[in-house]
Design a protein around this ligand. Structure first.
Ligand code: MN
Length: 272
């Protein structure tokens, strides 16, 4: 009889697959299918789309995990649809749903890029980041197209990166953020290790009037690359490379510590 769990012991690595586009998104199907070649797969993903929720977690509502039918060409894999955020998915899967710690956590393949400042808003990246906080190797994958019709080239690169990570591991505290250009596999020039480009959204809010005559607002914006330097994620994608950026969740500005400690803080301390 089939249980909704991967085997408790296995020779194969255990790979947890999450995303933010929802468990029915084509990108997570492509990613799970690619991971199926590398180990035992379990899918834990939001029941509805959770794009741009960042690293939010659910603390004031119950989180439900519904067993889900997730059929790959090789057969069904254990899966749960979660009434929560991508970070919730990683937390609940690792702490409760999985029978053993996963050897790798992958998130995606997101519909749309998660480059530059967008990693801050990304649910896709946050599922991976949460796994990394829990001490696991984690990689986020995003396809740089808003209406992609073919996840296959990105899935092939996901397999290449995942295979390498299963072999060599990722240093603690680091997440690999991978963006794949929307090109045919043979047109992609390879993998470039990059840094996040300096960028921002120039935002505006469209104001409309609801049927009760009250105004409401809808965020609209234009993405601006402010970076003229080399080896950024945006540049790699522009040039047809897969971008792999090592990112970290220690947000401390380490370069500033020595300087700030030399400031005279006593002046500002009113308790003295
Ligand atoms: Mn998304």
């Amino acid at each position: 009889m089939k249980t909704n769990q991967p085997p408790e012991t296995s020779e194969k690595p255990l790979i947890l697959v999450c995303n933010d586009d929802g468990i029915d998104a084509p990108g997570i199907y492509a990613l799970a299918a690619a991971m199926d070649a590398l180990g035992d797969v379990m899918v834990v993903a939001p029941i509805d789309e959770q794009s741009a929720v960042g690293h939010s977690i659910t603390v004031r509502d119950p989180v439900r995990a519904r067993p889900w039918r997730f059929e790959l060409p090789s057969g069904a894999v254990p899966a749960y649809a979660i009434t929560g955020t991508p970070a919730d998915c990683a937390k609940l899967a690792v702490n409760h749903l999985l029978p053993r710690p996963p050897d790798l956590v992958v998130s995606g393949i997101n519909k749309g890029p998660n480059t530059a400042v967008n990693v801050i808003y990304s649910g896709t990246v946050s599922a991976a980041t949460e796994a990394s906080i829990l001490g696991l190797d984690a990689v986020a994958f995003s396809l740089c197209a808003w209406n992609p019709d073919d996840f296959e080239p990105a899935a092939r690169y996901a397999e290449i990166v995942a295979r390498k990570v299963l072999q060599d591991g990722i240093p603690p505290g680091i997440v690999f953020n991978v963006n794949i250009p929307a090109l045919p596999f043979d047109a992609i020039k390879g993998i470039e290790v990059t840094r996040l480009a300096h960028s921002r959204w120039e935002e505006s809010f469209v104001e409309r009037i609801d049927p009760l005559n009250q105004p409401y607002y809808w965020l609209s914006g234009r993405f601006v690359n402010l970076d003229e330097g080399d080896h950024t994620d945006l540049e790699a994608i522009e040039n047809g490379f897969v971008s792999l950026t090592p990112i970290q969740f220690d947000l401390t500005a380490h370069d500033l510590l020595a300087e700030l400690r030399s400031w005279d803080w006593a002046i500002a301390d009113r308790r003295r």
